[in-house]
Design a protein around this ligand. Sequence first.
Ligand code: NAD
Ligand code: MG
Length: 396
Amino acid sequence: MTQHVLTILGSTGSIGESTLDVVSRHPEKFRIFALAGHKQVQKLAAQCERFKPEFAVVADAEHAAALEQLLEPADCNTEVLYGAQALIDIAAADEVTGVMAAIVGAAGLPSALAAARKGKTIYLANKETLVVSGALFMETARANGAQILPVDSEHNAIYQVLPHDYSGRLNTHGIESIILTASGGPFLDTDLATFDHITPAQAVKHPNWSMGQKISVDSATMMNKGLELIEAHWLFNCPPDKLEVVIHPQSVIHSMVRYLDGSVLAQMGNPDMRTPIAYCLGLPERLESGVGALNFGTLSALTFREPDFKRFPCLKLAYEAMETGGGAPCVLNAANEEAVAAFLAGKIRFTDIARIVSHCLEQGFSDGIGDIDSLLAQDALTRIQAQKGIGALVMK
Ligand code: NAD
Ligand code: MG
């Protein structure tokens, strides 16, 4: 049996912890080469003690010193590294066979790209990588033989119900469209007149999924589904007009593929990220994940409805950015990251998130965007524009 040697980028986050939970159920199958946990040194120290990686990566020298101190009495020989280059190094190291890309935001892009350049198997949770640099990332992976396995539950579901020999061309396989399901988040039925008063605490309280703060706010605005449309566009080479979104508040069907003979194939399960993570880590085998069996006796109903762009303007902005292409998705993502952080910090209103994103898209962007430097330059410029917009909106 070959043992997978893993680097987990973002090990201290929601996806990172779920990944380690799955790994711990199959110690014979996996060895942890490196863990990256940014500023969460306490959690990272506990993970190092338990999984004994060769390397642990944190944000900066200060956090490295703190982690070293915590690890001093521990029974592990983990070497502590820090900074952006260290993330790239642990993703690209020769020993590594698989990389879990679970950093949040565009900060995860350079390390995911480095893994693609080295032909690693990439378990991709960080959807922002595909939103910002979809063409570059997919081409880099293709050219270097890197396999990309989608961790995001919707894309994982689609991956599971696509034909196994899916060639990247819908027509060849008789596929009519790809249908992303969305829970609709916590404000699906909230009175629109009260949206200005939504608090961060309310926005991060997702009805079905337990996730990091940023993606929880994205789910509440449905920007998450917008980012996922762009993610699906690149992963499955699916034209925008073949992507559908349907709201399904129970989050039992994780997404679907519609075939031209009238069949619609769905993947179902309890909403727990350990299922898609175990699927990716186990391929071609199925691994026990710790997720309970779906109980049809207690499922009262599966319901569906159309998304409403008035309630969820971020979803519309994402559709438009996908159709525009070029630098638009990069702008969409950077503006959204800044706006969500400002909302979580109590600086702007929930409804301002869409305003900031729209404001940044209106500033325009160059068409000829494609290489990593121009993408990162656009990302940085948009963040400045977003901060100016946020400054003008800050609540007194
Ligand atoms: P999280 O906030 O719980 O964890 C983020 C991780 O990234 C942490 O380990 C954190 O220390 C690290 N990190 C934060 N900023 C960083 C930076 N600047 N540089 C390096 N590391 C940094 O987030 P999460 O919910 O686990 O989500 C991670 C990614 O997975 C996101 O892209 C998200 O969209 C995607 N995703 C998450 C879920 C979910 O259920 N949580 C589902 C699908 C996709
Ligand atoms: Mg998802």
